[in-house]
Structures are given as structure tokens and as C-alpha cells.
Design a protein around this ligand. Structure first.
Ligand code: NIG
Ligand code: FE
Length: 413
């Protein structure tokens, strides 16, 4: 064996990226930054996070591939709330809303979520995947390496299953982590008109069958006047609990039905939207470690004015995550970085809060304790950004700032 070959076989790491500043977020405040950083990985896991001059050996002896970089590296972004598997679009409804129709009025007239349900039911599984992949690719291109994807436009066993299968396939095709959430309690399908309780019975009965196929990581519901009542949500959550599945909830988006407190009562991973969440519910969230998932895309598109109780979340130490809510109705948003931008402009999050919201707090909203920070032992999910400071991630509207997006040590965008 030649010297070079011996060296290659003994180089411990698969990759090493040098020269960028690292926003490790591996501390409670600030970016926990490292200038002139070095990030090494092997078998998909980070093996070194520190300054270049602390490397234990010459880079060429440490890794098979050595990359010189500049700008900043952050943990891969975690989009913890999406409905990105859908068919068709609802651009026409967008026009109607601009002419004065409300989201609720369109939904009550059989449009809204139900129009996407019709499109989903018509699409075959491959077709649904074909339509969904470009959206997932767009999210990856702007830094996402973990995606949550909900069902909720199928509303019968076969079509909920189809959506969840497509969600899993998105992860396989793109090489990123996908967490699936069962959201059959999203809207009442027409075949159950005026029989919401019967529909919840059916949705509870489908859950164990889908779970047995490995298709469900968490359970969600839309607890709202145009969705399901707290009592119906509770039944869905009981079915989840019976299987040991964690819950999350579309809570208090358009009115306060006590949804966030209900999610907390079930030790929910998160309560999402939360514009109308009361102080008592915030306290319940704090007591149960339930994350507040802010969805500024839906707030923006619906031109909402009621802000989530941000000061109360801060005061009670409720972690705030930020997600796209990528969906065809209220948030046709294909960039988590853009959601971070909107969370700063609409909700006055600091850029640091927004970055934590789209990484470490979002990971927690998915029950993934292993990611969202740059730390030895974490998955090698990271993004190299062409920026001079992390605040720029929230400053630019658009612009393609991500230079390299890595999931499990492999370049995915
Ligand atoms: O998160 N609020 C309910 N669900 C989605 C909207 C889905 C739709 O309109 O298609 C949301 O905003
Ligand atoms: Fe949603």
C-alpha cells in the first residue's frame, strides 16, 4: 500500500469544513459563535466543532474531504409545521380574499381546505409526490434539513394514508429527516356533514392502523370554530395517548377555545399559531414544556392583526419556534428563512430568537432533542450562508443566501 493510500484509509473523518464563523447556538443566549471555525463529521454525525486552530491534526490528515468556506455556518433549519404534501393550488382564493371574502367565509362555502381535499383525492400517490417535491426542494434550498409534514387533506383512510406515505417518500428522495403528523381532524369531509362526532370516531379508528404501518410520528388537530371542538380534539388526543404518540395542536388561531392549554394538558410538543392564546394557557404551556410555534406566514397572508402573546411567552420561558406552515390556503410560503424574516417584522422577534426558533426550539417542537445546535454527536445537518452576520438571515427578503446545505453530512442543496 502506498503512503497516500494508508493515509486515506486512516483519515478519521468523512468531511471537514473550515474558515466560516460558526453560530453553534450551543448555549442559552447569543449565537455561541466561533470565528474561523472548523466543523468535522463522520458517518453523518458531527465529530468536531471548534476553532480551526484547535484541530488535533493537519486538516488533510483528518478528513477525506476538506472544504474551505467563508461566511457563517448555522445548524440546519428545522421546519416544524408544514402541510407541503398537497395537490393543486388556491391562487384563485387568494384573489377572492383580496376582493374582500374572508378565509372563514370561503371555508364555509366549501372552498378552502375542502377544495384541496378534492384535489388530493383525485391525485395518485406518484402524482402527489411529483407535485410536492418541488416545494420540499425549495425549503431545502433555503436551509431546511428537517421537515415536519402533516396529513389532513385526505380526510378518509386511504387518502390520509396516501399523504403520509408521500411525506415519507419526500424524506427518502431528498435525504432529509421528515417527521409525519396525522391531522385527520383538520376539516369535516362532505360525507360526514353534520356528523363531526362520527368523523372523529372514524379518524380515531384509522390512527392505530396508520401507526402500525410506521406512518405517524405525532397527532394534530384544528381546534377552532371552523374546525373541531375542544371535546373532539380531546378524543383525538386520547387516541394518540393510547398509542404513546405525542400531540401538537392548531390552537387559538382565529379565536380562543383554550386549545393551547388543552395541548399542554396532554404534555403536547407544541401549540401552533397561538394568536388568541390567553395568559392562563401560556402558564399551562410553560408548566408542561409545550413549545409555541409561531406561523407568521399565515398571519401575513391572512392580514391578521392580533399578535401572539409574545411577552407572556418570554416572561414564562415558553420556547418560541418559527415555521412556514407551508400550505395552499393561508401560507404558500416556500422558505423558512423568509418565515424568520416575517417573525421579526410582524412579531418583533430578534434575529437571534428567530434563528433559535427555526432550529433548536423547532427541533423541540418535534421531540427531536438531538438537533438544532452544532455540537459533537449531533447529526451533521448544517448550512453555509454567504452572510457577514447571522442577523442577515432575517434581514434579506429572498436572495438565495445558502451556499451549501448538508443533511447527515451529505450535501442536499
Ligand atoms: O395551518 N389552520 C388550518 N390549517 C392550515 C390551513 C390549511 C389550508 O387553508 O389549506 C393552517 O393555516
Ligand atoms: Fe397549519
Amino acid at each position: 500500500m502506498t503512503d497516500t493510500a494508508t493515509l486515506a484509509s486512516t483519515r478519521p473523518w468523512d468531511g471537514l469544513i473550515l474558515g466560516a464563523a460558526l453560530a453553534t447556538l450551543d448555549d442559552d443566549t447569543g449565537y455561541a459563535e466561533i470565528t474561523d471555525g472548523a466543523l468535522g463529521w463522520r458517518d453523518g454525525v458531527l465529530t468536531f466543532v471548534g476553532p480551526r486552530d484547535a484541530l488535533p491534526d493537519a486538516p488533510s490528515r483528518l478528513a477525506r474531504e476538506v472544504i474551505e468556506a467563508s461566511g457563517w455556518i448555522t445548524p440546519g433549519l428545522v421546519d416544524c409545521h408544514t402541510h407541503l404534501v398537497f395537490a393543486g393550488d388556491r391562487a384563485r382564493e387568494f384573489e377572492m380574499r383580496l376582493q374582500g371574502a374572508s378565509y372563514e367565509a370561503i371555508a364555509r362555502a366549501g372552498g378552502g381546505i375542502l377544495s384541496t381535499v378534492r384535489a388530493i383525492r383525485e391525485a395518485g400517490e406518484d402524482e402527489l409526490l411529483r407535485q410536492s417535491l418541488p416545494r420540499a426542494r425549495a425549503l431545502l434550498a433555503d436551509g431546511a434539513t428537517t421537515l415536519e409534514i402533516k396529513s389532513g387533506y385526505g380526510l378518509d383512510f386511504d387518502n390520509e394514508r396516501k399523504m403520509l406515505r408521500v411525506a415519507r417518500r419526500v424524506g427518502e428522495v431528498l435525504g432529509v429527516t421528515v417527521r409525519t403528523t396525522y391531522l385527520a381532524a383538520h376539516a369535516l369531509p362532505p360525507e360526514y356533514n353534520d356528523r363531526a362526532d362520527d368523523y372523529i370516531d372514524a379518524a380515531c379508528e384509522w390512527l392505530p392502523r396508520l401507526h402500525a404501518e410506521g406512518l405517524v410520528d405525532a397527532v394534530d388537530a384544528f381546534c377552532e370554530g371552523i374546525g373541531f371542538s375542544p371535546a373532539q380534539t380531546r378524543r383525538m388526543f386520547d387516541a394518540a395517548r393510547a398509542l404513546g404518540l405525542p400531540v401538537k395542536l392548531h390552537a387559538d388561531q382565529l379565536s380562543d377555545l383554550g386549545g393551547a392549554a388543552l395541548a399542554a394538558e396532554f404534555d403536547g410538543l407544541s401549540a401552533d399559531h397561538v394568536e388568541h392564546t390567553s395568559d392562563d394557557s401560556v402558564r399551562a404551556m410553560a408548566a408542561h414544556g409545550t413549545v409555541a410555534v409561531l406561523l407568521p406566514g399565515a398571519f401575513h397572508v391572512l392580514r391578521e392583526t392580533r399578535l401572539p402573546p409574545l411577552e407572556a411567552f418570554r416572561a414564562h420561558g415558553v420556547p418560541m419556534a418559527v415555521a412556514t406552515d407551508c400550505n395552499p390556503g393561508t401560507s404558500p410560503l416556500l422558505s423558512l428563512r423568509q418565515a424568520m424574516q416575517l417573525s421579526c417584522t410582524h412579531f418583533r422577534l430578534t434575529p437571534e430568537e428567530a434563528l433559535r426558533g427555526a432550529t433548536v426550539h423547532a427541533a423541540r417542537a418535534l421531540g427531536l432533542a438531538d438537533r438544532g445546535v452544532l455540537r459533537v454527536g449531533a447529526p451533521a445537518d448544517f448550512v453555509q450562508w454567504q452572510v457577514g452576520h447571522p442577523a442577515e438571515l432575517c434581514y434579506w427578503l429572498g436572495g438565495g443566501l445558502a451556499r451549501g446545505v448538508y443533511a447527515g453530512g451529505c450535501r442536499v442543496a
